[in-house]
Design a protein around this ligand. Structure first.
Ligand SMILES: Cc1cc2nc3c(=O)[nH]c(=O)nc-3n(C[C@H](O)[C@H](O)[C@H](O)COP(=O)(O)OP(=O)(O)OC[C@H]3O[C@@H](n4cnc5c(N)ncnc54)[C@H](O)[C@@H]3O)c2cc1C
Length: 297
């Protein structure tokens, strides 16, 4: 059976991604919507939202329930996996998650902002001991020592998997929820990470409680720095550089919501999601016209 090539892959199921996916479906496009956690856990924490026009005094959770139900009623393909890499190709993009690879002709990045500052050394040692995905990179650390810094319970699964492979796994939860079932042998460390150090490879993780000698550091956040997911994407400071039509420096890649910069507000996110998907549809139509045009001698 031929593999599906989606028209548009939407990365992130917050207000921006849901808005893009909804209009994409209304325009009858084949949409893959990637959301690896619950729909905008961040916004779900808001006790009261009172500036989203037409829906006064709504809770963040209530608003996300309404937005996700509205979008899903139009049947985008919801893929509950984390996108870890996007590879541009001649005819389509390959979108990789720890479990699978998917193909799409255009991509909309709506992954929100990285809520925490990067650690000193994180960017420099990425791919040389720093990783955002245990399932993808765990095998490189067989019989070695690793630390997992996690901002959500998702990190517990990653640490449990690493526990099957590695000699020592240190788990540093940076969230308040109680820990779930963790594999025996994993050492839980209540400490605040400060920096990742090493010359050409990770050698240690420095925390406010001391140092851990490790070969690898896995960092599990709600959103990863986008330039690591799609290398070569032009940034404007920390955010994705976009044009008025939400196109980015890479043809066929659009961006919307908090990941394109301030104001970090729901109305901006949903508006940009709409513009991004309409622009992505124009991009697809243009590509179709080009491929249908007779070749010139
Ligand atoms: C406590 C709080 C209160 C707020 N109150 C208000 C308010 O009253 N009014 C207002 O206008 N704004 C408010 N905001 C801001 C608002 O939440 C954001 O502006 C809005 O959620 C941005 O939407 P977004 O879709 O761009 O990003 P997000 O809501 O951050 O959604 C991004 C989604 O992408 C998913 N994701 C990220 N990376 C990946 C990946 N690699 N693969 C798959 N999925 C991925 C995440 O899990 C997340 O669900 C508040 C924010 C907070 C934290």
């Amino acid at each position: 059976m031929a593999e599906t090539i989606y028209d548009i892959a939407v990365i992130g199921g917050g207000p921006a991604g849901l808005s893009a996916a909804l209009t994409g479906r209304i325009r009858n496009k084949n949409i893959a919507l990637f959301e690896h956690m619950d729909f905008s856990l961040k916004l779900q924490k808001a006790h009261l939202v009172d500036n989203y026009i037409g829906l006064p005094q709504v809770t963040g959770k209530g608003l996300m329930q309404q937005m996700s139900a509205h979008c899903l009623a139009h049947n985008p393909e919801l893929i509950k996996e984390k996108v870890v890499n996007i590879f541009p190709g001649d005819e389509f993009f390959t979108v990789a998650t720890p479990k699978n690879v998917y193909q799409a002709r255009a991509v909309i990045i709506a992954s929100g902002v990285v809520a925490t500052a990067l650690f000193s050394g994180e960017r420099e040692l990425l791919g040389r001991g720093v990783s955002y995905c245990a399932t993808c990179d765990g095998m490189f650390y067989k019989e070695k020592d690793v630390a997992v810094i996690s901002y959500s319970q998702e990190g517990e699964h990653e640490a449990n998997y690493l526990g099957e492979l590695c000699r020592n796994v240190y788990y540093l939860p940076q969230y308040k929820n109680e820990l779930g079932n963790m594999r025996s042998g994993i050492e839980i460390i209540k400490a605040k990470p400060q920096s990742i150090q090493g010359d050409s490879q990770v050698e240690k993780l420095v925390t406010d409680q001391g140092e851990l000698k490790v070969h690898g550091v896995f960092i599990i956040r709600q959103s990863d720095p986008v330039e690591n997911v799609l290398p070569g994407l032009e940034l404007d400071g920390e955010v994705i550089k976009v044009n008025r039509d939400m196109s980015t420096s890479i043809p066929g890649v659009f961006a919307a919501g908090d990941c394109t910069g301030k104001p970090w507000q729901i109305a901006k996110a949903t508006g940009e999601g709409l513009v991004a998907v309409l622009s992505a549809i124009s991009y697809l139509e243009q590509a179709d016209r080009k491929s249908a045009a007779p070749a010139k001698d």
